[in-house]
Write a protein that binds this ligand. Structure first.
Ligand code: DI6
Ligand code: FE
Length: 413
């Protein structure tokens, strides 16, 4: 069913603008790519398949948002106003605001309310070209509430035309009931919460916020070890607000990724390179908290550490629901090239999820997940800010989103 040849596309099969096919075709069988290449090389076996003409549009793999906190209740616009009046993110967190305020709201919300709130944000991502998304827990901070968040993430994966990968971030912040007892909370995370949630099939990976306002290196390492005992891949929020050595620790534990990394040093870069750990940069958070310490892009380039970009979509430091906007932020703020940025939201982001066999490239055998863009050049994807660019989003060979054409264009045809 749905066997189809998509033709007349300007294909960028691996998210690398230096590697494109001007007049390409994709043959899709049972939702998977049966063949990818130049249209004039299409094998004879596809001659009598139905055709869908894409009109010469640029086509890339669907984008991968490899770091989000999409599931939560409420928002923090009030805190934003406090920050505009001079308070820092860390000060607000130390006063019981910040993550703790979203935890209070999320604990009170039921699953249906959380699904409804997150589905709006996820829909915005999908209509922006995202075909796979990571969703973290971490606003529950007790077993029942973390379970609720992860169940909501799984439900979003069933409802919405996108692949959802869940990450257990029980060690995101210290819940109020454990004030002054961080080690006891880490016991709870490692010995009770993680095993229970993993047994329920709710956890695809494990993350920890290694930071002055989060958890120490020693506490973070215990979380990584607990994940390893369950055979679960790990990642880490590391070196965001201070240099703690989290990235090197993550690399020692063969982490899929270390994320944020503004304060990463050369030893951390070397360790990440050796371990194959992806550097996930989050320019939305850098922008929103007006960070000034830049991640060490030159070092990452010199050691050829793969760089991914993600939204970090969350209510406190990155209320962003456009991964395409992060292309512009990554290029403008971090001076990434367009090529680095595009590969950062396709193949490197897929690798940061440990899902590079499934997502982030268009090759025979993979899912037919791709986006047709209304741009003349790929550089426009990193150029426009806030302009909807995805004309058509295809998942498993089926169009799941088509951007309505403006009324003026419709009336002339
Ligand atoms: N780093 C972040 O940027 C988010 N979490 C984290 O560990 C912020 C989460 C929030 O402020 O709600
Ligand atoms: Fe984050």
């Amino acid at each position: 069913m749905n066997d189809l040849v998509w033709q007349n596309l300007h294909l960028c099969p691996h998210g690398d603008p230096d590697e494109t096919i001007a007049d390409a075709a994709l043959a899709v069988r049972d939702g998977k790519l049966a063949w990818v290449g130049a249209r004039d090389a299409l094998p004879r076996e596809f001659d009598d398949w139905p055709r869908e003409d894409i009109g010469g549009a640029w086509v890339t793999p669907s984008l991968v948002d490899c770091h989000t906190h999409l599931v939560y209740a409420g928002h923090r616009a009030d805190e934003f106003a406090l920050r505009l009046a001079g308070a820092s993110y860390e000060e607000i967190a130390r006063r019981g605001g910040g993550i703790a305020s979203t935890v209070r709201a999320t604990r009170l919300a039921d699953e249906a309310a959380l699904v409804a709130a997150a589905e709006q944000r996820l829909t915005a991502l999908i209509e922006d070209g995202v075909g796979a998304v990571e969703i973290k827990s971490g606003y529950g901070l007790d077993l029942a509430s973390e379970r609720k968040m992860l169940r909501v993430a799984r439900e979003l994966g069933r409802r919405c035309p996108v692949s959802v990968y869940t990450t257990f971030l029980g060690a995101h912040a210290l819940p109020a009931e454990f004030a002054g007892r961080a080690d006891a909370y880490i016991d709870e995370v490692c010995e009770r919460m993680l095993p229970a949630l993993a047994d329920e099939g709710l956890v695809d990976a494990v993350d920890v916020f290694c930071e002055r306002i989060g958890f120490t290196l020693a506490q973070s390492e215990r979380v990584l070890e607990a994940a390893a005992r369950r055979g679960l891949p790990v990642k880490m929020h590391a070196e965001q607000l201070s240099a703690m050595g989290g990235a090197a620790l993550a690399a020692r534990h063969r982490a899929l990724s270390a994320d944020h990394l503004e304060h990463l040093d050369e030893a951390g870069v070397v360790a990440m390179k050796a371990a194959g750990t992806v550097a996930v940069l989050l320019p939305g958070a850098y922008y929103f908290i007006r960070e000034t310490q830049l991640p060490p892009i030159e070092l990452l380039r010199r050691y050829e550490v793969p760089i991914a970009l993600a939204t970090d979509s969350n209510p406190g430091t990155s209320p962003a629901t456009s991964l395409v906007a992060m292309l512009n932020f990554g290029c403008t703020l971090f001076r990434l090239t367009v090529s680095e940025a595009l590969q950062g939201v396709t193949r490197h982001a897929a690798r940061a999820l440990g899902q590079d066999v499934r997502h982030g490239a268009l090759e025979a055998g993979r899912a037919a997940d791709f986006v047709a863009w209304s741009v003349d050049t790929l550089a426009e994807l990193a150029y426009w800010i806030g302009r909807p660019l995805a004309a058509r989003v295809v998942r498993n060979g089926i169009t799941v989103y088509r951007r309505p054409r403006p009324a003026a264009a419709r009336s002339t045809t």
